[in-house]
Ligand binder design. Structure first.
Ligand code: ATP
Length: 337
């Protein structure tokens, strides 16, 4: 069953086109990342889904119910949507249990639900604490428990990890994912962090300038980006000029297999980890620069004709600036006309 569906969702602010013809369909129980650069319309899309903004055009269906269409605007509290904000927005004067209890509707057993939710997020022992007595990660879990407590059809998370320092972010991300999974929740989170989107989400929708250019699994958007802009935004990318001949492309690195048939003049995408370097005094490539990260390294290589490539390799002692290398590419490449 589809938990949330948008059709042709559009929102302008004066002359700024914030969201332009967005179509989305997310099955129940899935976790979608809305990924894009700053100002591309992610937050506006989330606010349209939540009912905080009125669309200029389009329809929204949540939990099988139409909540937004021409002449119809169901207010936020009637949409069965739970929100988790960047700054968590906990009520400072309520303890943790009361924060979680806040939105639980009358028909539900409040006490039981709060106990269940605190258990789910692992904060049973902190039920009587006040929000300022919790760490950032704990506050995040309370915000999630509060959003999940009324059993909404959809959870929306706005840059939920950006307030946490890098060391904590990784573990909190994993916790949030597990909690959502255990709760069987359907969720959409917005982020501009590619790694976060790729590592956490079941599906990634890449949004650029108000439009979703591609949605698919993390593997699909990373390995088979439908557009050059998607390839550029989702991870690091080398682009080389080539001449495609159906299943192969000829470029400065020789003949490479194509992931999908193409013809004529193209640009091909080569991810840095697809580039293989072998030290060879007669090799056509020359190592220009190395950024060493410990677990791996990014090697900049120059090729004949002024072409430059970034290659991600294991940490190695046999590549040094000025040395010559043979350059090969592993796997089929994607071409753009
Ligand atoms: P960020 O990652 O920086 O939060 P975003 O992708 O969430 O960005 P939005 O906040 O949705 O982007 O903004 C999309 C565009 O709409 C931007 O150009 C922004 O300046 C504009 N915009 C958003 N809200 C308003 C508003 N209330 N009034 C006028 N313009 C707005």
């Amino acid at each position: 069953m589809i938990a949330v569906r948008c059709q042709e969702l559009t929102k302008n602010f004066g002359r700024v086109s914030a969201v332009e013809g967005v179509n989305l369909a997310l099955p129940q129980g899935r976790f979608l990342a809305l990924l894009g650069p700053s100002g591309c319309g992610k937050t506006t899309t989330l606010r349209l889904l939540a009912g905080f903004e009125l669309p200029d055009r389009g329809k929204i269906e949540i939990g099988g119910r139409l909540v937004s269409a021409p002449g119809l605007h169901v207010p936020p509290e009637g949409r069965s949507v739970g929100m988790v904000f960047q700054e968590y927005a906990l009520f400072p004067h309520l303890n943790i249990a009361d924060n979680v209890a806040y939105g639980i509707p009358k028909g539900m057993d409040k006490k039981k639900r709060v106990v269940e939710m605190l258990e789910l997020v692992g904060l049973t022992d902190l039920a009587n604490r006040m929000p300022h007595e919790l760490s950032g990660g704990q506050q995040q879990r309370v915000a999630l428990a509060r959003a999940l407590a009324p059993q909404p059809a959809l959870i929306l998370l706005d840059e939920p990890f950006s307030n946490l320092d890098a060391a904590l972010r990784q573990s909190v991300r994993e916790e949030v994912r597990q909690i959502l999974r255990l709760a069987g929740a359907t969720a959409i989170f917005v982020t501009h962090d590619q790694e976060e989107a790729l590592s956490l989400a079941d599906e990634v929708a890449v949004m650029i300038e108000g439009t979703i250019l591609q949605s698919g699994t993390p593997q699909q958007v990373y390995l088979r980006p439908a557009r050059r802009e998607v390839a550029e935004f989702v991870g690091e990318a080398n682009f080389l000029a080539g001449e495609a001949n159906s299943s192969h492309v000829t470029c400065v690195l020789g003949d490479l297999p194509l992931a999908e048939a193409a013809h004529g003049t193209v640009e091909i995408l080569i991810r840095p980890e697809m580039v293989l370097l072998q030290p060879d005094p007669a090799g056509a490539g020359c190592v220009e620069h190395i950024n060493f990260f410990g677990h791996d390294q990014m090697v900049q290589v120059s090729l004949p004709g002024g072409v430059r490539l970034q290659a991600r390799t294991q940490p190695r002692l046999d590549l040094i600036p000025g040395s010559h290398v043979r350059v090969a590419v592993e796997g089929p490449v994607v071409a753009y006309s």
